[in-house]
Design a protein around this ligand. Sequence first.
Ligand code: CXF
Ligand code: ZN
Length: 380
Amino acid sequence: MCVCVFAAAVARGAGEPLVIEEVIVAPPKTGEVRIKIICTSLCFSDVTYWKLKDLPGYFPRILGHEAVGVVESVGDNVHDLSEGDTVLPIFLPDCGECADCKSQKSNLCSKFPFLESPVMHRDGTTRFTDMKGESIYHFLNVSSFSEYTVVDIANVTKIDPVLPPNIACLLSCGVSTGVGAACRTANVEAGSTVAIFGLGAIGLAVAEGSRVCGAARIIGIDINPNKYEIGKKFGVTDFLNSATLGDQSTSQVIKEMTDGGADYCFECVGTASLVHEAYASCRKLYSNAGWGKTVVIGVDKPDSQLIFKSAEVLQSGITLQGSAYGGLKPKLDIPVLVQRCLKKELELGKFVTHEVGLEDVNKAFDLLIEGKSLRCVIWM
Ligand code: CXF
Ligand code: ZN
């Protein structure tokens, strides 16, 4: 197996444009595969870690974590994947061996707990080196802004190669997170009422999942009025511009619209105050007679606090639940989502608003930051 030189978009410093460079990609070690990336899309987490306001920074680094590719070579002790397999590298590990991976109750691997780590799981080193001999850090176990990348087999899911790559790559992170939050974490039933706080790509994926589950009403809440027209394509039936409600809170308006509150509320922004509004929008008629679930998908700062009155949570009948990767187990659930795409139940083409080549990766960043794209697919 060669130590080969390939093109990659390297983040050299926080907020600095990515630089297309030649990088050395080492062969896969034990329990790893080297993947030829076909295409990758840009998720907001790439922007967050690139901009890096108050997060620890690792530079130089190869970002990118929503992708599809083909296995080019396998390391020792790799039995379930072979050269030529079409795969999704996925940030959330699924070792398949630990008690948590074996259980239906969890999608959080305990052998390789998910960490925002800049190195490979098993030996703590990197597989990327620049032409001056300096190591380049990995990102979210994937690093897909590169023609080739090395990924641990715990982070690789084999998929049906028939699904078009520009759709397949979306299932690697954001779209699966939203669809899974609706279909798996909340388990939205036919006929139910859903409220979605934040209609970015994740919120729209929650709408798409809720639509597929048969929700009767899908209320989108956003401060950008253009989101209603966009939301309709994903099943949004009602829209609330939360910036124009005057004295009323969003939850008050939702309770009026729904005769007591929504069955399922989703927070897709990542702010504590919105978690409270979402929770307060779940159905509750009298002081302690309620039902429903609030699912929090948005990621706030790690040390942010949620403060609830105890009776509000413990005696209300309403559940508050977090959701990582939509509660999906990558190796089990993603092939099922692929089939649902092939059957045209899930319609993911509407997420792809732009497509560019790797040389235009910085354009993809601009489009997402300016709110002009949902998903920009970057072809290698
Ligand atoms: C994120 C979730 C928060 C931690 C980093 C990864 N998921 C994907 O974008
Ligand atoms: Zn992501």
